[in-house]
Design a binder for this molecule. Structure first.
Ligand code: PGA
Length: 253
């Protein structure tokens, strides 16, 4: 069975002491997990090394960068390359989060380059896609997401794309408290899987974990994750509280 993942996206939150407290409470009494479960902590870049050191001996706990550069190493002030991330043991990178698309004008073609840099350095992309409210209201979300996925991912060979993680995050549900219904999530996750299957075949599509993101909480995680094509979640606000995030981990199927 493909991996079921509880991924945290701390975004630009938590100063050092609070960050350490949160990690300590997650790992001091870790939630019991099944073999195909994983927890991924998308933490601010300055904490990646420390937190990775704390969790690296705990089975199925990983850190993720929240972004990476589309360039290799060199004269790119302020950027962090995938080879630098890999050199401190980072295994995952969130790529194409809607906040980066929005505030940093990240385009589908730039994201394709970031995905390539990640794979070149054995980092698994957690590739984000999802539509804004006006697209959902117009009912054209499937097509919108197809373009994001095909333009950023469909240059990949099957053996690479089958290892990545996709996070479907409708922008109207991010940080708004408004969650997609289980049916809405299942419908578009299934659509994404079918779209990938049409290009790469069923085996590839079935092996990709597709996470739902957008106001996932302890109280709604298990019902959303119970949908057959929802393989866990990418969680912002609710990942900043240990008890809440533990409930979300418990919600994995
Ligand atoms: P949220 O954020 O859980 O706070 O809605 C999700 C995300 O942006 O990844």
């Amino acid at each position: 069975m493909r991996k079921q993942i509880a991924a945290a996206n701390w975004k630009m939150n938590l100063e050092k002491e609070k960050a350490n407290e949160l990690v300590e409470s997650l790992i001091s009494e870790p939630v019991e997990m099944k073999d195909n479960h994983a927890v991924i902590l998308g933490v601010p870049a300055v904490y990646l090394n420390d937190i990775n050191e704390k969790i690296k001996n705990i089975d199925d706990y990983f850190v993720a960068a929240q972004d990476c550069s589309s360039n290799n190493n060199g004269a790119f002030t302020g950027e962090i390359s995938c080879s630098i991330l890999a050199s401190i043991g980072v295994k995952y990178a969130i790529i194409g989060h809607s906040e980066r698309r929005m505030y940093h004008n990240e385009s589908n073609s730039l994201l394709a380059e970031k995905v390539d840099r990640a794979f070149e350095n054995n980092i698994i992309p957690i590739f984000c896609c999802g539509e804004p409210l006006n697209i959902r209201e117009a009912g054209t979300q499937n097509n919108y997401v197809e373009v994001q996925i095909s333009e950023s991912l469909f240059h990949l060979p099957a053996e690479k794309i089958k290892t990545l993680v996709i996070a479907y995050e409708p922008i109207w549900a991010i940080g708004t408290g408004k969650t997609a219904t289980e049916q809405q999530a299942q419908e578009i996750h299934k659509h994404i899987r079918n779209f990938i299957a049409a290009k790469y075949g069923n085996d590839v599509a079935e092996s990709i974990s597709i996470l739902y993101g957008g106001s996932v909480k302890g109280s709604n995680a298990s019902s959303i994750f119970s949908q057959p094509d929802v393989d866990g979640g990418l969680v912002g606000g609710a990942s900043l509280k240990a008890d809440e995030f533990k409930e979300i981990i418990k919600g994995l199927k």
